[in-house]
Design a protein around this ligand. Structure first.
Ligand SMILES: [Zn+2]
Ligand SMILES: [Zn+2]
Length: 555
């Protein structure tokens, strides 16, 4: 007899589903086990081999735990907003929701045919208004707690494609795709203040069961450093503040560099004897992307400000100030102190502009090259710090500057706030209206979800606004606060929004009162085993930990 695997597997898969053998129970006295896969993005190509691999691995564990008497939660869902679907929809003039529906159906049929023991009764879909209602709700809580705010941002704007480009897409001032000039444009964007959670996100790593290398990656991404903020007086009265992790090397600071966009340049223009050269350099810098400007290997360029100098606070020496494009206004204070003896970039810059190089940590030959192996060592040429080891010198100088009042200890993070907006259609609408009188007003919670309206075309507008901006019927609304005329936010949420909390929704997926009940979360969390790709270990895990910690903090 021939074994008809297709028919027989189908028969039993249907029977399992009907009997709910893989359905987890919420009110169970059994011990719980929560196995989680990264939910897939339902692309047009269907499953690839990278999908079933983790599903199968975790399926084995889920089945074993069930046999061991555990109440197992092994759910699946769809992370379905995003650009590939949207681009496909634009090209083929189909609604992205239709594309998504079709792709999910295909994925589902393929996954089901593999017989993986997912609990299909808890299937979620980030593009379902019943799901994104809660994504919007979480955004509103962030807004109400001051963690969502709108900020003017400098963006790279392609004059040809009429869209915002990532730094990596700008090459020598032109668009990588179409070759048109790229200009800097100021755009107002929603941001999430993840930086407020920087320390908590580091501390929290001690309590999570991640592989060591994942923890290290997250720590590097957050980039905590201990240093000091130091004030340098200038010869025209203003003070330049810098952040440095090496205040112990202050005696070796022989010049300063400020960003070409630094506001002091306008303020100082009557003092500057070479204003034309400064202006010319500013114009050149404005044509470069931040990415190009920060490139370490590039030629050192800059212009010395003639007529204004800074004063090194530890020895009272006047030192020159340069503008150079590698110092960015958006990073730190827009000013740095340069210690050429112990930093390769500063050393090359000093050589080019014939500036003094003063060794302050013993050990190298700073006439030949920068001595950068200076994390430990002994201080020289440094006044009262002479003879101290680096670690002691750091403490001594910090205490000294706090006593003298020209600086203080400071902890810094590399982590930046999260740009939480896209000018595209296929994403969660941001539930905010703008009223001329009241400013940004949250949509009342009982009016959620704010649904995506039907539009004719899904392409961004010529001036780079979301296609929603053209939907005047939808955009024009009344202010929930004063009842006057107001406009809806037309940007949508970025990738990562829906996936930042989906693991909470699985615990209570049909709840229409809360994103999940406290009891359900208390019972199921934490996730016992999360199987995902290393490519998601920084952003996805960081963002979801941020939302999770925030939700925990607000109770
Ligand atoms: Zn272009
Ligand atoms: Zn109003």
């Amino acid at each position: 007899m021939k074994y008809d695997h297709k028919a027989i597997e189908k028969k039993w898969q249907d029977a399992w589903e009907k009997a709910g053998v893989f359905h987890a129970e919420n009110n169970s006295r059994k011990p719980k086990y929560y196995a989680l896969i990264e939910f897939p993005y339902p692309s047009g190509q269907g499953l690839h081999v990278g999908h079933p691999r983790p599903y199968t691995a975790l399926d084995i564990i889920a089945r074993k735990r069930r046999m061991q008497g555990y109440n197992v939660l092994y759910p699946i869902g769809w992370d379905a907003f995003g650009l590939p679907t949207e681009n496909y929809a634009i090209k083929n003039h189909i609604h992205p929701a239709q594309v998504t529906k079709k792709n999910i159906a295909r994925f589902k049929q393929q996954i089901k045919s593999l017989g993986i023991s997912f609990d299909w009764s808890r299937e979620i879909n980030t593009t379902d208004p019943e799901y994104y209602k809660w994504t919007q709700w979480i955004f509103l809580q962030l807004f109400k707690h001051g963690l969502a705010y709108k900020k003017e941002m400098n963006v790279n704007w392609c004059t040809g494609c009429k869209c915002v480009l990532a730094n990596e897409e700008v090459v020598e001032g032109v668009c990588e795709r179409c070759g048109s000039p790229v200009v800097h444009k100021v755009k107002s964007q929603w941001m999430l203040k993840i930086t407020d959670y920087a320390q908590k996100l580091i501390d929290g790593l001690d309590d999570v069961d991640y592989p060591e290398r994942v923890k290290t990656q997250q720590k590097n991404w957050i980039g905590r450093s201990e240093g000091a903020e130091v004030d340098f007086k200038t010869t025209v009265g203003d003070t330049l503040t810098v952040y440095t992790t090496r205040p112990d090397t202050l005696f070796g600071a022989t010049y300063m560099v400020i960003s070409p966009e630094h506001p002091y340049i306008e303020k100082w223009k009557d003092h500057l004897e070479n204003l034309d050269a400064v202006r010319e350099y500013q114009a050149k810098a404005a044509r470069k992307s931040e990415f190009e400007r920060a490139e370490v290997a590039k030629d050192k360029t800059g212009v010395k400000l003639e007529g204004v100098s800074a004063v090194n606070p530890v020895n009272g020496k006047e030192i020159p100030i340069f503008i150079s494009d590698y110092v960015l206004m958006t990073y730190g204070t827009g000013a740095i102190m340069a210690v050429p003896a112990h930093d390769t970039r500063d050393w090359e810059f000093a050589r080019k502009f014939d500036l003094p190089v003063i060794e302050v940590v013993q050990g190298g030959n700073v006439e030949k090259e920068a001595f950068t192996d200076c994390a430990t060592g002994t201080m020289v040429n440094s006044g009262f710090l002479n003879g101290l080891p680096v670690e002691k010198a750091k403490e001594a100088i910090k205490t000294y500057m706090e006593d003298k009042g020209f600086g203080h200890r400071k902890i810094n993070y590399k982590l930046r706030d999260w740009v939480f907006a896209r000018q595209r259609y296929w994403g969660e609408p941001i539930p905010i209206v703008h009223c001329d009188k009241c400013g940004y007003v949250p949509v009342p919670e009982d009016q959620l979800p704010v649904r995506l309206p039907e539009v004719e075309s899904y392409e961004p507008t010529d001036d780079g606004e979301s296609p929603l901006a053209k939907m005047t019927d939808w955009v024009n609304t009344t202010c929930p606060h004063c009842g006057g005329p107001a406009k809806r936010e037309t940007d949508t949420m970025p990738q990562w929004a829906g996936s930042s909390w989906y693991f909470l929704r699985y615990t209570d997926p049909h709840n229409d009162k809360e994103f999940a009940s406290k009891e359900a979360m208390k019972y199921w969390l934490p996730v016992d085993w999360y199987n995902g790709g290393m490519e998601h270990t920084t952003l996805h895990l960081l963002y979801s930990r941020f939302w999770h910690k925030f939700l925990y903090d607000i109770g």
